[in-house]
Design a protein around this ligand. Structure first.
Ligand code: NAP
Length: 222
């Protein structure tokens, strides 16, 4: 698969390297072409892929990365989303678009301004919110497994084919995709991130706040 990444920071590096290691072709993009190219070379080396070959990482402009990807990931700071997506242009229309973004801090989450909807409106893509609940270092783990249990990654989006594509990329990390519902649920993922990050900042183990499924009460199928 060709994966275009809008971003050349930590999330682009962590996830892009994993996908290059899994054999995908990856293109990252940032505001500074030289810095992005250096990052792409480091990612290629880290992934063990020969430079320039299929499976390696290259760098391009925002527009290049948007056009390159069969799937495009938006991995920029919230402050840059509008400018970056306006510059990236129309190439994401109708494509699966992974949204990993979060508010700039746990106290900055605004339920009236869901980032996933902003990205959907600006790209015209099939947005799937994913990967926003865990710190970048988790996405560098090969694989992210805790107490013998692979990390589960909720996906929120309206297009089932886009979710399937993103689910395969989740599986490439050694994680388990979980259907989190439609794009209208994405704001709940953004809220969850703000909530648990606030707990982690306070030194609490956020994982400990939820019981296992067997103790979660009785549930009727919808
Ligand atoms: N870090 C985490 O643990 C983590 C976990 C989950 C989700 N996220 C979310 O993922 C997104 C990317 O995070 P990251 O950790 O990869 O961030 P980062 O390392 O700081 O990289 C940010 C990227 O955004 C680009 N950008 C474009 N416009 C920008 C602007 N106005 N201000 C700042 N950066 C701008 C940067 O471009 P340049 O390359 O030109 O600097 C860079 O490529 C964020 O929305 C974040 O909330 C992060």
């Amino acid at each position: 698969m060709r994966i275009g990444i809008l971003g050349a920071g930590g999330m682009a590096d962590a996830l892009g390297t994993q996908w290059a290691r899994a054999g995908h072709e990856v293109m990252i993009s940032g505001r500074d072409a030289d810095r992005a190219a250096a990052r792409a070379a480091a990612m290629t080396a880290e992934a063990g892929a020969p430079a320039g070959a299929a499976g390696g990482v290259r760098a391009g402009s925002w527009t290049d990365a948007a056009a390159f990807g069969d799937v495009v990931m938006v991995a920029v700071r919230a402050a840059g989303i509008v400018a970056v997506l306006e510059e990236a242009g129309t190439a994401m229309r109708g494509k699966p678009v992974i949204d990993v973004t979060n508010a700039p801090g746990p106290d900055k989450y605004d339920p009236a301004r869901p980032l996933a909807n902003l990205i959907s409106d600006l790209t015209g893509g099939h947005v799937v919110k994913a990967f926003n609940l865990c710190n970048v270092d988790v996405w560098r783990m090969t694989p992210p497994v805790f107490d013998g249990r692979p990390l589960a990654v909720p996906l929120c989006g309206d297009d089932s084919a886009a979710k399937e594509s993103v689910g395969r990329l989740v599986a490439d990390l050694g994680c388990t995709p979980v259907n989190g519902g439609g794009l209208d649920r994405a704001t709940l993922l953004e809220a969850t991130a703000a909530f648990v990050i606030g707990l982690w900042f306070g030194g609490a183990d956020a994982q400990a706040i939820l019981p296992p499924l067997a103790s979660s009460g009785s549930h009727q199928p919808a």
